[in-house]
Design a protein around this ligand. Structure first.
Ligand code: NI
Ligand code: MN
Length: 227
């Protein structure tokens, strides 16, 4: 599978010939000014929760591509009702749905969620994607949580995308425990270095993972990697 990183917690993965874009926050990100959102292709836009650093560019990119927005019920309904965006799929925790590229399960996250205009954003979540090409998990913004131990019961993962920036989410040490909970040795780190509160020592982080025979991948913003 091919993953492209767009900064902060935004990335896309090509699965089954479809491009899944997660948590687009690009134009407000000072580190991602070289990314032109008009050039971003997406068949689906998946939103883990309603915070601005995850949804800022969702509507524009979805409209540019007539992409389907996949999010919890409250967020999907907000796009449908407030923005009259017709192409959406609402989910809630523990539920799965089979799309043309594979299946999506909306998983538990320990965080908060409110939409940019103050609308209640429901409970935050993550996504487990299963497909013929392999499976991956994006936890969304979350603390380390015991619920992650459920993930290996649902699917064996080729890779996972986890926040590592601390303060608002797990930091590196907890993400390493999470990697053990989900039984995955290839982790793509996100949600770090964007703001002052989440700046980390990336080299030290990668060394901590390597000491446990795990890989912490930190692609450059705009870089595409094969997984
Ligand atoms: Ni958040
Ligand atoms: Mn966030």
């Amino acid at each position: 599978m091919q993953l492209t990183y767009y900064g902060h917690a935004c990335f896309s993965v090509v699965v089954g010939g479809k491009t899944l874009l997660f948590d687009p926050f690009i134009r407000p990100n000072e580190l991602a000014q070289h990314i032109d959102i008009a050039s971003i292709k997406a068949d689906y836009v998946l939103l883990s929760h309603g915070h601005g650093d995850h949804v800022a560019d969702a509507l524009e990119i979805a409209r540019n591509n007539n992409a389907k927005i996949i999010a919890n019920y409250e967020i999907a309904s907000w796009y449908a009702e407030k923005h009259q965006y017709p192409n959406y799929h609402p989910m809630n925790h523990g539920g799965s749905w089979r799309f043309e590229f594979g299946a999506v399960k909306y998983t538990y996250a320990t965080h908060s969620s409110v939409l940019p205009d103050g609308t209640y954003g429901g409970n935050p979540g993550g996504f487990l994607i299963t497909s013929d090409e392999g499976n991956f998990y994006y936890s969304g913004d979350t603390a380390l949580t015991m619920d992650m131990k459920l993930i290996p019961m649902f699917a064996s993962l080729r890779f996972a995308v986890l926040p590592i920036g601390d303060n608002f989410t797990m930091g590196v040490d907890d993400a390493l425990i999470a990697a053990n909970f989900i039984d995955c040795s290839t982790i793509v780190g996100v949600h770090y270095d964007t703001f002052g509160f989440i700046k980390i020592d990336t080299l030290a982080a990668q060394q901590k993972f390597a000491q446990q025979q795990k890989q912490l991948l930190l692609p450059a913003i705009g870089e595409t990697i094969q997984l």
